[in-house]
Design a protein around this ligand. Structure first.
Ligand SMILES: N[C@@H](CCC(=O)N[C@@H](CS)C(=O)NCC(=O)O)C(=O)O
Length: 233
């Protein structure tokens, strides 16, 4: 947003719901985006317990065909799934700070890097978790392929090296500004930590960036929400 433009009074926004699980790596992406934009107070979080497989039950599949979290539910019942789509919606609601780019070039680069963060890193860690570890447990993980999971673990480590190589020359994942792409790589780091996938020692730029990200108030707000504990469900 231009500094000359009036700031949106976030308290005037209608309440919205987010269906998610408090410490999930993908939900973290939307929670961090909401914290960046000062919108957490406008959100009612609805817990969907991943460990009990609630996201695969018909009641939830009616909310999100893909059976994944998070999902944003608007006042009029509109449902928006996919972290990228939710972040884009929030960004248009309130442009401060912009997470998806101001100019056509920024928008293109941030979209590309967010997609790469998912394909090369976060989604790969997720497949590793669901296929080559006990994942969410035998009641939820009905079909596993450990070899595929192992390959995706290797892909995720390659992804870490890729982002490390970028961060040797720029401060943020998509260039000079913090964006949705940084949040997507943070999601990958959060998932990697949960599954004890070590960031290679030689990825110094990635480690330095990660340490810098921990200082952001939005990441600290997210961490405080996680430490607050699991909801009763
Ligand atoms: N592409 C989706 C992926 C979301 C996703 O995989 N979320 C995890 C929660 S951390 C989930 O629902 N996993 C359950 C599963 O895949 O069975 C997005 O960006 O929102």
């Amino acid at each position: 947003m231009n500094s000359s433009e009036p700031q949106l009074d976030v308290s005037m926004l209608p309440m919205m719901k987010i269906h998610d699980w408090f410490d999930g790596p993908y939900p973290a992406r939307v929670r961090i985006a909401l914290a960046e934009k000062g919108m957490l107070s406008r959100i009612e979080f609805v817990s969907v317990n991943l460990w009990k497989g609630e996201h695969k039950k018909p009641e939830f599949l009616a909310i999100n065909y893909s059976g994944t979290l998070p999902v944003l539910e608007l006042n009029d019942g509109t449902l928006i799934a996919e972290c990228t789509a939710i972040t884009q919606y929030l960004d248009v609601l309130d442009g401060s700070p912009i997470l998806t780019g101001q100019t056509p070039v920024e928008k293109g680069l941030i979209h590309m890097m967010t997609k790469r963060a998912e394909i090369e890193f976060l989604d790969a860690v997720s497949v590793y978790f669901h296929h080559a570890t006990p994942g969410l447990g035998p009641q939820v993980e009905l079909s596993q392929n450990a070899e595929w999971g192992g390959r995706m673990r290797d892909k995720a480590v390659r992804g870490m090296h890729y982002f490390d190589s970028l961060l040797k020359h720029q401060s943020f994942i998509a260039g000079d500004t913090f964006s949705m792409a940084d949040i997507a790589v943070l999601g990958g780091m959060i998932f990697a930590s949960l599954v004890k996938l070590h960031v290679p020692d030689e990825c110094e730029a990635l480690r330095e960036w990660h340490a810098r990200m921990q200082e952001r108030p939005s990441v600290q707000e997210w961490r405080a929400m996680v430490e607050h504990g699991a909801p009763q469900s």
